[in-house]
Design a protein. Structure first.
Length: 472
């Protein structure tokens, strides 16, 4: 038995092997599960390939497991799934595939184990472990997947031009695995991605997005984005991000390359937070720099209002990317819009009212905003970095202090609109809004504390100055 065979020496695999023996079928664990055994990563989905029908094996396996097992048969696909103790076992007969140029849906025929392994995307995903009792734990590794795992290489089993042209999603998968596993894409494989990039057109946005999400959830998402840019896929799947790349120079003065700056910010955020939407915010925070870029004779390069324009660009990007258009989008929009605020704050004097306004606008997302803003400091000038970080510490201290005192984070007006209407006998009108806003502004400016009595007193003063008096 191969060393790796010991890792599958458990009841489930023996049951499957015995069932396959009884039916006279060869049966193998394949793909991601085998790869992950070598990498000591744990996966709950186990794919089996049988030579001949997989549905029969699955049906028998489900019977063996008894009442606690659930069987799902997908006749059209020739596959079946058994769910047992929170694990999903997927069975399929070995297949051979041939492709037409206009679709990633192949013509499928029954095939041998070799046919089946050779149609798989990468050598590290093309290994099989036999579960039949007389060969239990025997590794079939025709394309040296083990060697590539040791070398840290993503490589196609067959001619990469054919592999990628047949199913262009594999280009995204190559880059996703390179990012997740921190592996290198084999030169010839990468060159083929570059040559076939245009073929990504036939892949649905949703599929592309699934891969991007996995890239974003990785330890260093920048690896994926940089590869996407290098091979030419980025400008096809995400042109607005590709536009960040490059440096323009006027009179010998260039600006920083906003693509690489963005990737640095993204990795900085990823090192501190698993929140994928905060990671997307980092990726998108400067998205409007290309469209707002101007050369000014006096100041040099400017990207005026890129935070506001960027926030405005988000809904369209989300729609194009088939992202959810819900509160996640609002969160990204809000943080993109606010991403300069904490830093702008430290450049002037850090006043209490400015801190209060920041707390009011950011609400519960203040900590995420501060994390983003901190990650955005990528200057190579140590003196500048030191000064900004020092001021940042002051802002953080003030944020805590003021939040304790004034509780602005989840600001609820101490006097409601209904109350104002009742006290002054008003119907819903502009005046009610004006009074309410004046109370809010007075609190944010520190004119009055965030307390009900003070707010009521201030309300009466404001109403009086507007010529209103209470009806009782
Ligand atoms: P993960 O589950 O971590 O995303 P995986 O490698 O298990 O990674 P799956 O999508 O679960 O990916 O696919 C299981 C196996 O099926 C892969 O390991 C690979 O052998 C094969 N496979 C999946 N998608 C493709 C594809 N587009 N082209 C060729 N083979 C594929
Ligand atoms: Mg899988």
């Amino acid at each position: 038995m191969h060393q790796i065979g010991k890792k599958i020496d458990s009841e489930i695999f023996h049951v499957v092997g015995n069932v396959a023996d009884t039916l006279g079928r060869e049966c193998y664990i394949v793909g991601g599960y085998v790869r992950d055994l070598f990498l000591n990563r744990h996966s709950k989905d186990i794919d089996f390939v049988t030579v001949g029908s997989g549905i029969e094996v699955a049906t028998s396996v489900a019977q063996q497991f008894g009442r606690k097992a659930y069987l799902n048969v997908f006749k059209n696909f020739g596959t079946a799934q058994v769910k047992f103790r929170g694990i999903e076992l997927e069975f399929v007969g070995a297949r051979r595939e041939s492709y037409r140029r206009d679709s990633r849906k192949p013509i499928v025929e029954d095939g041998t184990l070799d046919d089946d392994l050779s149609r798989r995307d990468f050598t590290i995903n093309a290994m099989a472990l036999c579960v039949n009792q007389n060969r239990f734990g025997e590794l079939v590794d025709k394309y040296d997947g083990v060697g590539d795992l040791e070398r840290g290489l993503i490589r196609t089993p067959l001619d990469p031009d054919i592999t990628f042209s047949d199913d262009p999603l594999r280009m995204m998968r190559a880059i996703r695995f390179a990012t997740q596993l921190e592996f290198t894409i084999f030169d010839e494989t990468f060159d083929a991605i570059t040559r076939n990039a245009q073929r990504i057109e036939i892949i649905s946005k949703e599929r592309v997005m699934d891969e991007l999400m996995k890239i974003m959830a990785s330890r260093r998402p920048s690896i994926g984005w940089e590869l996407l840019s290098k091979c030419g896929l980025l400008k096809l799947i995400f042109p607005q991000l590709a536009a960040l790349k490059g440096v323009e120079t006027v009179n010998g003065r260039g600006h920083k390359d906003n693509f690489y700056h963005t990737l640095e910010v993204l990795d900085n955020v990823a090192a501190k937070s698993d929140n994928v939407w905060l990671r997307w915010t980092a990726l998108l925070h400067d998205i409007a720099k290309p469209v707002t870029k101007r050369w000014d004779e006096k100041i040099g390069w400017t990207f005026h209002n890129h935070n506001f324009i960027g926030a405005k660009m988000i809904p369209r990007i989300f729609r194009e990317m088939k992202f959810p258009l819900n509160e996640k989008m609002k969160y990204v929009q809000k943080l993109v819009e606010l991403h300069m605020r904490p830093i702008a704050l430290v450049e002037d004097e850090v006043t209490d009212s400015a801190v209060r306004r920041l707390l009011f606008d950011a609400g519960d997302d203040i900590d995420d905003l501060m994390l983003l803003c901190n990650a955005d400091i990528t200057s190579k000038n140590p003196e500048k970095v030191r000064r900004v970080l020092e001021n940042f510490a002051i802002v953080r201290r003030k944020l805590v202090e003021i939040e304790e005192k004034d509780r602005i984070r989840n600001f609820q007006p101490p006097v409601s609109g209904e109350e104002i209407m009742e006290i002054f006998g008003l119907s819903p009108s502009r005046e009610v809004g004006l009074i309410k806003d004046s109370i809010k502004d007075a609190i944010l400016e520190g004119i009055i504390p965030n307390e009900r009595d003070a707010a009521l007193e201030y309300m009466h003063k404001t109403a009086h100055s507007m010529g209103l008096s209470p009806i009782k």
